[in-house]
Design a protein around this ligand. Structure first.
Ligand code: ZN
Length: 231
């Protein structure tokens, strides 16, 4: 705990003063660039990965970056936070980001590992359709690849779950919202993005051959950067 408090002290004495204007602006306003839904895993640090400032990302985190589908008894906090991000803050870009070596995904592949944790065991059941897809599509892969595919299929499944919620689906169908499925590789720092088919993942490049979605997002990020430079 002493390390944690040392960090707080350093923030207050060194970091805060150098961002005083930004924090003053944020004290009364927030206009996040994106809703970022990811795992609670300590190794996934969205503001570091995206080099985002305070106020940039509206974050929702839980074990396994899960979005309970419409009608789930346990949708509560996660779905309420998504609803607030969309309805109250007007966020139109949603990034759902899984990661390599995810403990929650191990839990759904190996239920015995979470048998003593009934809440975890029940929660990861939201990834059960993804596990069935892994078994169907990749029946003969080794354990390492099975985990990799599981993480990807879970992102696909949770994007589908997002679309079960009418306030999300209506915006996506009306081209007023974009959803991006990502997988962050802890070892390499690379990110793979779900393609337009919603079935395949490939590394996100930011050169001219980026997908139209990536190019559009980059343009928006550049616009946002101009905004942040002005304030
Ligand atoms: Zn995880």
């Amino acid at each position: 705990m002493i390390d944690i408090l040392t960090g707080l002290k350093r923030f207050q004495s060194d970091v805060y003063p150098s961002h005083r204007e930004l924090f003053a602006h944020l004290a009364e306003n927030q206009q996040p660039r994106a809703l970022f839904i990811t795992c609670s895993d300590s190794r996934v640090v969205p503001n570091l990965i995206l080099q985002a400032e305070p106020g940039d990302l509206f974050l929702i985190r839980n074990a396994g970056n899960i979005v309970p589908p419409l009608g789930s008894a346990d949708g509560g906090g996660t779905v309420a936070s998504i609803e607030y991000a969309v309805e109250a803050l007007g966020i139109t870009d949603v990034i759902l980001c899984g990661h390599t070596n995810c403990g929650a995904m191990k839990g759904i592949l190996h239920p015995e590992k979470v048998a003593s944790m009934p809440n975890v065991a029940a929660w990861v059941q939201h990834a059960a359709p993804a596990r069935r897809e892994v078994e169907r599509l990749f029946p003969d892969v080794d354990e390492h690849e099975r985990m990799e595919r599981m993480v990807e299929q879970n992102v696909i499944q949770q994007v589908k779950n997002l679309l079960t919620h009418p306030f999300i689906r209506s915006r996506v169908e009306g081209a007023r919202m974009e959803i991006y499925g990502w997988v962050y590789d802890i070892r390499s720092g690379l990110v793979r993005g779900m393609d337009d088919s919603g079935k395949e993942f490939s590394e996100i490049h930011f050169e001219s051959h980026g997908s139209p979605d990536e190019k559009r997002m980059l343009r928006e990020l550049e616009k946002d950067e101009e905004f942040w430079e002005r304030i």
